[in-house]
Design a protein. Sequence first.
Length: 745
Amino acid sequence: MLLITLMIIAVLVSAWPAAATPPSSCQRRCGDLDIPYPFGIGRGCYLYTGEGDTTFGLTCKLTADGTYKAFCYDVQVIGISLRRGQARIRSDIRSWCYNRTSMSMDKNNVWWSDFTDSQFRLSDEDNRFTVIGCNSLAYVKSANTGSKYMTGCMATCPAAGRLENGSCSGMGCCQAAIPRGINTYEVQFDDRFTTSRTRGFGRCSYAVLVEAAAFDFRTTYVTADDFMESTGGKAPLVLDWVVGKGTCREAERNATAYMCVSGNSECVDSRNGPGYLCNCSRGYDGNPYVPDGCQDVNECDDTRFKYPCSVPGTCVNTAGGYLCSCPDKTTGNAYNGTCDAKKSQLGVRMALGISIGVVVLVVATSCAYMIHQKRSLAAVKQRYFRQHGGLLLFEEMKSKQGLSFTLFTKEELEEATGKFDERNVLGKGGNGTVYKGVLKDKRLVAIKKCKLINERQEKEFGKEMLILSQVNHRNVVRLYGCCLEVEVPMLVYEFIPNGTLYQLIHGRPHGSRISFTTRLKIAHETAETLAYLHSWASPPIIHGDVKSPNILIGEDYTAKVADFGASALAPTDEAQFVTFVQGTYGYLDPEYMQTSKLTSKSDVYSFGVVLLELLTCRKAMNLQALEEEKNLSSHFLLAESENRLDEILDEQIKGEQSVELIEQVAELAKECLEMASDKRPSMREVAEELDRVRKMLQHPWGQQTCDEERKALLIGSPSTCPKVELSNGYVSLSDSAYLGVQSPR
Ligand SMILES: *[C@@H]1O[C@H](CO)[C@@H](O)[C@H](O)[C@H]1NC(C)=O
Ligand SMILES: *[C@@H]1O[C@H](CO)[C@@H](O)[C@H](O)[C@H]1NC(C)=O
Ligand SMILES: *[C@@H]1O[C@H](CO)[C@@H](O)[C@H](O)[C@H]1NC(C)=O
Ligand SMILES: *[C@@H]1O[C@H](CO)[C@@H](O)[C@H](O)[C@H]1NC(C)=O
Ligand SMILES: *[C@@H]1O[C@H](CO)[C@@H](O)[C@H](O)[C@H]1NC(C)=O
Ligand SMILES: *[C@@H]1O[C@H](CO)[C@@H](O)[C@H](O)[C@H]1NC(C)=O
Ligand SMILES: *[C@@H]1O[C@H](CO)[C@@H](O)[C@H](O)[C@H]1NC(C)=O
Ligand SMILES: *[C@@H]1O[C@H](CO)[C@@H](O)[C@H](O)[C@H]1NC(C)=O
């Protein structure tokens, strides 16, 4: 007997492989429930995932009301969704009632449900723990390994008449969410709080984990205790299921156990704990768990898609999708747009003919052009020459005799810089590189080579050339000439050996060692130059980007104004006045930023910031500083208004100079930084004021100068003068960002 039993078991097990295709003879319907694989009735018809697992094996039973119903163990299954990977079951409602006879609550107050040994989990998205009653507190607990969890809610007992149908928000009914990934739960009423003894209300409390969408609160559940009767003691509960334990990536590796066997199916990781599901690909529908289960959806006939093309369009089904086309003689978007009548055939043909003609013409022209280009390199050079405004420049030059402006050839500049050797790079910026070079006549030059040239830069470049070619001033960087024969135009400047003012002021970690006298000299010369550009040059020139990196330092600390890329020749009419705003943050005139009108007073504002840099040795824009100190001009104006000027002045000059003169310069800077441009002094006035302060410094009336102090020092009195200035060759060339190419914007 034992042997036979064992043999039968063996036969049964071997005829019951893990992921085999179920025979077509399986029963796929029970009552009005469809039962698709992996679910099934009877051995071999469902997915068997392991010892003791009964997730997918159902039984079909005739129930008392004369209909067939599907059960998983003793739980009735009322719905199966392959697409969502869910099953709906009817779960028990728990009630706890007050016994009027014994004057106490019925004692057994704990119930539990357990899906531990199955592929089911409670859907946290769809279910809610729901408590109904008058003063009822219940908990739901889960003892799942690693996720001990408890939550609950209390349904209060409202004043009569305040209960509402359909509203489960605390009064007579409350709901709580459950966590993801649990498959066991326990319901418990708290007898300390659960009374249900209030007059006018029923005597029972209920607790149930229920599909939120299927639950509708009725006031009679609380007032007449009819929850059980009206639901039959059961409520729908949604379970998520998976067909394999690991992730999709793990599952796909073992083809024998992989469940997504249909073509046009894909694997989906379960979002509710470990395991995976299968789903038909987009445009396909059916059962991904059986071979050829996923079938193309005919979107054109499918009522769910409600005729997917726009009204006059015709729909053609394709594998995994559909096509919409406009009816004959119309054209347009048949998917969701409109189909319009086509232009006449003749028109179309003509349009076609013309486009072909144009294409042929373009191709022919480009070919001819290319051949032409190859034939003469000189022509290319000529083209660049013209492109970079060479002709315009030449016209201009012709009319302004007496300026020595050279048009250099490409070869000359290559020779001067050693074929643009890296070692000759003086500075690199976003828009170009500056090389040091030696011309044949041994003149040192700086050659600015723009990086790319777009239309705007081309204009800027031409502008700079025009402006500089017209200026002949001791304190403006001389433009010797340019070279236009190359792809990127190049400007040839006089070579200024000692770097920029920016480097001079900020180049050292702990401030600079330049005397007040020198600072004043640089400021004065710069102001004079700008004043000259503003008032005496013809036509007047506005620099537009005055800042310390654009002021070069020559021998003997001579200031040399450079970089006229943002400059404008003073406008002759209003229309020209409005330029697009450019310049450098920290130096930009706020009024110019607002109005886009570049005026000579914009230069005055920027110069005011340069004055501040000279006075404080701080950068115009210091992003590392405290919020209120980032912007030098606002920092200065604040300190000035609070009489804290002393705090931001450079220690060096404070020690060296009487506060009075410094304050005069600070006052001047303040005036330059006036918000309203018409309150600012003109550049000429600034230059004159600086000149006055300089003279006072040299010939003080009754003031002791440093020179005198030095003399005094010789005979032994104390001094505040700096000992030596710039003793160690301060400016280095190797790291110099020359000619404003490297502007920290
Ligand atoms: C299966 O695909 C459909 C659309 O093709 C999508 O709505 C559904 O959420 C997918 N199911 C899962 C479990 O990802
Ligand atoms: C109430 O309690 C009494 C006494 O303990 C018991 O006999 C009776 O069956 C209970 N009634 C209900 C409805 O449970
Ligand atoms: C709520 O609906 C039930 C019927 O389902 C009805 O008897 C009851 O009076 C309604 N309650 C309120 C407050 O409207
Ligand atoms: C693949 O799955 C089958 C069936 O579950 C199992 O017997 C086999 O050991 C698995 N192979 C690998 C490499 O995991
Ligand atoms: C439908 O129209 C919208 C907006 O006009 C467009 O973004 C979308 O691509 C269209 N869909 C198709 C299938 O053409
Ligand atoms: C480079 O040119 C562009 C546009 O001409 C300008 O916005 C940018 O600030 C320039 N960069 C530098 C570092 O000068
Ligand atoms: C400037 O550079 C020249 C040449 O390198 C040098 O002779 C001169 O001393 C420098 N002047 C200053 C003020 O650094
Ligand atoms: C700097 O401060 C001045 C004065 O408060 C202000 O006009 C200007 O717009 C500020 N600049 C920047 C870049 O914030």
